[in-house]
Design a protein around this ligand. Structure first.
Ligand SMILES: [Zn+2]
Ligand SMILES: [Zn+2]
Length: 137
């Protein structure tokens, strides 16, 4: 998602784009998305700065940090970014910032539900599903 700062009208403009997780390099061991990233940027300019109100929507594929159960979680984020107007390089590329926002907001220790019982340390059975077969719990 690129903005040509020479072509921002006085009243600003709105840009929308949809990215696949791969395009943003967001298909990794840790980060998994289950839907494309929808980005909307409301661009405005002042004397020496470019303001971008960025809205991101996607769906994350998380796995519970206790029981490893996979779950989808909707991701909605709104950030206000500011860029200096640079005459030598009039193009602003938003992709790295979009990527960073998602990485920074990605939940580190998600839980499938409050009070998830996790896995049995002995047999690895899911304790949310009514105890396990080894009977140590
Ligand atoms: Zn869980
Ligand atoms: Zn067990």
């Amino acid at each position: 998602m690129k903005i040509d700062t020479r072509q921002i009208p006085d009243k600003g403009f709105t840009l929308t784009e949809e990215f696949s997780p791969k395009e943003l390099d967001l298909d990794t061991e840790i980060i998994k998305l289950s839907a494309p990233v929808k980005a909307k940027a409301v661009v405005s300019k002042s004397y020496d700065a470019i303001g971008v109100a960025l809205t991101l929507n996607t769906s994350l594929l998380l796995s519970c940090s206790r029981c490893l159960e996979e779950m989808a979680s909707s991701f909605n984020r709104h950030v206000e970014l500011n860029y200096a107007a640079d005459k030598l390089d009039p193009t602003i590329d938003l992709d790295p910032d979009i990527r960073e926002e998602i990485i920074l907001s990605y939940p580190v220790k998600p839980l499938c539900k409050d009070g998830c019982k996790g896995l049995c340390p002995e047999c690895g059975g899911n304790l949310n599903e009514g105890g396990c077969s080894c009977g140590t719990t």
